[in-house]
Design a protein around this ligand. Structure first.
Ligand SMILES: [Zn+2]
Length: 342
């Protein structure tokens, strides 16, 4: 029986990040309003780069069920985009062996164990280009932890979690400008990026264990995209670039694009893994947390607004508003501040 199998390999369209040309990070830093509560090394990131949903229709069909280690059926016609080369498969052909011969960019398919999780999706356009792939997970995921190296030994200046009215998707660790920032596990560099209003200079590594890690606010990245790095390899130097006040490392751990609290994985006091063997990603809990985050609603204070007026408008009480926002009923509202109402 002859089967026609079209394998479309293309990059998911994403935001093109601004290039570093002619941009002085010091100048940009001055334009960012500092929160009065900000301490010397508190960091903050815009989430614009990764919060734009990729519609599932933009994902190649083949991603739904084909892995690069799958053995192909004899006589398949592979349509290898973007080169439009049709390959008639031979007995025993495996996608990851065939594709590099015909693609200009052989790195679109890498020989990486994490392929079984990320399939063919490899792009430097976005931190999270994975669309709805995480949503399709049902069972908890067990991640092997061996080979871990702490990216930098420093105290936590700002934890993962909600900060004011935004989700802080990483852990901030105190560093001095020029300190070595190391890869947490072995892997391959997916992005060396520049995000002047957010991460600053940053590096994203896809690890063999399936996790991806992000290292932000670097003064200088020292790796190239596609580079294979061992655990502990110096990815760059710590800094204060992007949306950052005071030098620190913004470190994220992600799985299929979804951020995991690094403090669940690492005990930052000792610098050791909480469980040296494996980390179990509780898919149900993560989805629930995300749903709760999506349900949050904020009100931007306008002239004449009062807590009781806002409470009335959103069908809640002043007491609840105060609890949600960690404020007192006597709090003086400033125009433009955001009050969480749900
Ligand atoms: Zn941060």
């Amino acid at each position: 029986m002859k089967r026609h199998l079209v394998i479309s390999l293309f990059l998911v369209l994403g935001l093109t990040m601004a290039q570093a040309d002619n941009v002085f990070t010091e100048d940009l830093g001055l334009n960012i309003p500092l929160d009065s509560a900000a301490v010397d090394s508190e960091g903050d990131e815009l989430e614009e780069l990764d919060d734009i949903d990729v519609k599932s229709s933009q994902l190649p069909e083949c991603l739904a069920g084909l892995f690069s280690h799958d053995t192909l059926i004899l006589g398949c016609d592979l349509d290898l985009l973007p080169n439009k080369i049709i390959v008639r498969t031979k007995d025993g052909d495996v996608i990851y062996k065939i594709a590099p011969q015909f693609l200009l960019d052989t790195n679109l398919i890498n020989h990486h164990p994490a392929d079984s999780i990320y399939r063919f999706l490899w792009t430097d356009e976005r931190v999270n280009p994975y669309g709805t792939m995480f949503d399709s997970l049902k069972d908890d995921v067990h991640i092997p932890m061996s080979g871990f190296r702490l990216p930098h030994p420093g105290y936590v200046t700002s934890p993962y979690g909600w900060r004011r009215n935004r989700m802080h998707k990483g852990t901030d660790i105190k560093v001095q400008v020029g300190d070595s920032i190391r890869s947490a596990w072995a892997g391959q560099v997916r992005i060396v990026g520049w995000d002047p209003r957010g991460y600053g200079y940053f590096v994203v590594v896809r690890h063999e264990n399936g996790l991806e890690t992000v290292y932000g606010h670097l003064s200088r990245p020292m790796v190239d995209e596609y580079e294979m790095v061992p655990a502990g390899y110096v990815l760059g130097l710590g800094g204060n670039t992007g949306r950052s006040t005071g030098s620190h490392l913004h470190w994220e751990i992600r799985y299929l694009g979804e951020a995991i609290n690094p403090a669940n994985v690492v005990d930052f006091g000792s610098g050791q893994l909480k469980n040296a063997n494996e980390y179990v990603i509780g898919i149900k809990a993560m989805k629930q947390a995300r749903a709760e985050a999506a349900a949050r609603k904020y009100h931007k204070v306008r002239s004449g607004d009062t807590l009781s007026g806002i409470a009335k408008k959103y069908g809640t009480t002043v007491k609840k508003l105060c609890a949600l926002n960690g404020i007192k009923e006597t709090k003086i509202l400033q125009i433009g501040m955001k009050i969480r109402v749900r």
